[in-house]
Write a protein that binds this ligand. Sequence first.
Ligand code: PMP
Length: 437
Amino acid sequence: MSPTQQRRLVTELPGPRSVELMERKQAAVAGGVGTTMPVFAASAGGGIVVDVDGNHLIDLGSGIAVTTVGASAPRVVAAVTEQVQAFTHTCFMVTPYDGYVAVCEALNRLTPGDHEKRSALFNSGAEAVENAVKIARAYTGKDAVAVFDHAYHGRTNLTMAMTAKSMPYKHGFGPFAPEVYRAPGSYPFKDGKTGAEAAAVAIDLLEKQVGAENLAAVVIEPIQGEGGFIEPADGFLPALAAWCRASGVVFVADEVQTGFARTGDMFACDREGVVPDLIVTAKGIAGGLPLSAVTGRAEIMAAPHAGGLGGTYGGNPIACAAALAAIATIEEDGLVERARTVQQLIFDKIRKIGDDRIGDLRGRGGMVAIELVRPGTTEADPRLARDVARYCHQRGVIVLSCGTYGNVLRFLPPLTITDDLLDEAFDVLAEAFQETE
Ligand code: PMP
């Protein structure tokens, strides 16, 4: 079922069929919906995406950190096929089904901490983030929400307010939801601070400008995703979590991008033993089907009244079947360990490139990035990031950029990619640096 695990280009990219489809896209799809590569997919699996012209591309994006188990993982395909034949939907709020309950049990078991937990299921990352805020507000009776510089939490009205970057996420789309406050985070490459120092600055700002007595929740990505794969210095997350606990503030980890083995731990919070009060998950949870969740302390999750949480499609049975199969794949195939091997492989390859325009190499597991700068400085070089990405795209390697300044290239392969494909993809990246001024 999975395509041949080899890069193979049979046309220029984009090929004629993709060009034709792009023309139809332009005529039919709203311009606000962007495209990283003008290449249309026909099939995908393992570390390969096959386009409509028959080109085999190496996938270093996983559809933005979603297909951790691959885009046609055998267990997921089988579980979805079986479920779709049984029934597609009843609405869990009308006549419930066991897949939803089983996903909640799995989340309660796998997420950090061994306290009593409950979960609720939704459709997208942004929707789950919004619900985490609702739950924290209901529990604390407070309004304010704290987020961080470079944060990304989604594109709905509340999550736009929580997201840091204006263009393209917020520009022209206001007014935004009130009572969202932004604190400085920890960005070791730029701020040179220890985790404790950076946390002290953030906490001081929150105490002075918001007040713990007004603050319902602190929402943080343990490694920031869209903002540039920014990994806080050791100690930053534990210090914030401890302050939240001491101050009656709900500590919410947005693990939408970092969750489910992506970072070489089941969840990124695990590495420092941070136990969030609420954890938000999506993306890698369901092998490509739309599903998201909020999981947390039973007493906090119990705060909203019956009927206060939910939605027509939240925890759709097909998505739940996919999630159970994706989780089984992660656990039974050792994908947490695999993520660590992938990190080692990528780090080795990038260190060999040895280009002084790579200012920082960072990330964990299968969530690695390079920040491109003017040599010897921390000054962003977004043009280089764009040119290197374009070079890779033209040679059949899917890479994504990110970062507040657009100068970060991120690598998020499916964890089922072969070593050979990774090796080849990073050879192409090395070439890109040689060929790009
Ligand atoms: N939070 C984080 C950390 C994310 O990376 C994303 C998506 N990139 C979201 C929330 C929003 O998820 P979705 O696009 O599924 O709404």
